[in-house]
Design a binder for this molecule. Structure first.
Ligand code: SF4
Length: 339
């Protein structure tokens, strides 16, 4: 069943908005009304980089980008660029060594007590810094029958108490599929918590439909939703409406941000992000140092700058609005705090 949310910014369903995403760099630059000189300077690199990792951007997100501004912090997260093609030492296709933890199709077991399921191989947006931009999604596309292998793994490991829906973006899957998987997981007695990591409430807020809220809130599992917002400009009224529906329904909301050079590496931006998130009943949870994925080196912020930003944030905000600064290190039993 397709349902519409009350936060609809136009008459399209979320699936239709997804299908109408812009995939062509030239179309994107024209849609954002850049003058020809800027289009000429950006298009070659954007086209080349998009051959390696495609452009994908829905209009619900593009509407928040300032037209004609090549430095817009939302545009920089999605526009392929020539910098992605540079080979930088230390930047690899599998920076978190996830292929070693990909024990059965669709399941990644990195940390004690919790497993991650690759519920969808698609995303609503292709973030240029994505650490899974080269992930072997084709080998992790279980159909209903094949999910049995992942479910059996969870059933047989009684130390696992939390399941994390990931992807791709798990909310790119249908509510029917998500409800089915949630039901199967809730039948496993030792699973207590379900965590959903998604950028869809930010990218296409209309994704938060009645059906979505229903499966999120109707199982016995303690459920939290981790949205991935990197900049306060992403948090417009349509996102506020979607998050309000989730919080009204009792869904615990957390945010995870990636620290990105030229996008959110400023105290003012990080402070505003935390404050706006909390206005929308979302707790800032993690500020992530960039995973060293090939093609994303130009987004790196060094540790000294990152730590200085968190210390400044601590001097300006109450503790519950200061996210934990962390880095993921392959083989460690959890994210590593940097402060
Ligand atoms: S939404 Fe997440 S998984 Fe998808 S491209 Fe962005 S960072 Fe990667």
């Amino acid at each position: 069943m397709i349902t519409r949310s009350i936060a609809s910014v136009d008459s399209l369903t979320w699936q239709e908005q997804l299908a109408e995403s812009i995939r062509d760099p030239k179309k994107l630059l024209e849609w954002l009304e850049f003058d020809q000189k800027i289009i000429d300077s950006l298009l070659g690199g954007a086209t080349e980089a998009s051959n390696d990792f495609s452009l994908r951007a829905p209009k619900a997100y593009l509407k928040r980008i300032t037209k004609g501004d090549p430095n817009d912090p939302l545009l920089k997260q999605i526009l392929p660029s020539k910098e992605e093609m540079y080979a930088i030492p230390g930047y690899t296709t599998d920076p978190l060594e996830e292929t070693e933890a990909n024990l059965v199709p669709g399941l990644i077991h990195k940390y004690p007590g919790r497993v991650l399921l690759v519920v969808s191989t698609n995303c609503a947006i292709n973030c240029r810094y994505c650490f899974r931009r080269s992930f072997p999604y084709q080998e992790n596309k279980p159909g209903r029958g094949e999910w049995e292998q992942a479910l059996a793994y969870i059933r047989n490991n009684t130390s696992i108490t939390e399941v994390i829906f990931s992807g791709g973006d798990p909310l790119a899957a249908s509510d029917k599929q998500l409800r089915w998987l949630t039901n199967e997981i809730s039948k496993i007695p030792h699973i207590q918590r379900l965590r959903v990591h998604t950028r869809l409430p930010i990218v296409i807020p209309d994704r938060i439909t009645d059906d979505c809220i229903e499966w999120l809130t109707s199982s016995r599992l303690l459920t939290s939703l981790v949205i991935h917002s990197n900049h306060p400009k992403e948090l417009d009224v349509s996102v506020a409406a979607a998050l309000n529906r989730l919080s009204q329904a009792g869904v615990i909301l957390l945010n995870q941000t990636v620290l990105l050079a030229g996008i959110n590496d400023s105290i003012e931006v990080l402070q505003e992000l935390s404050e706006r998130l909390f206005q929308m009943k979302v707790l800032p949870y993690y500020l992530h140092q960039l995973d060293k994925v090939k093609g994303a080196a130009h987004f790196e912020v060094n540790d000294a700058t990152a730590k200085a930003l968190i210390l400044k944030l601590t001097s300006r905000l109450p503790g519950y609005l200061v996210p934990k600064l962390v880095r993921e290190i392959p083989g460690m039993p959890s994210k590593a705090p940097l402060l």
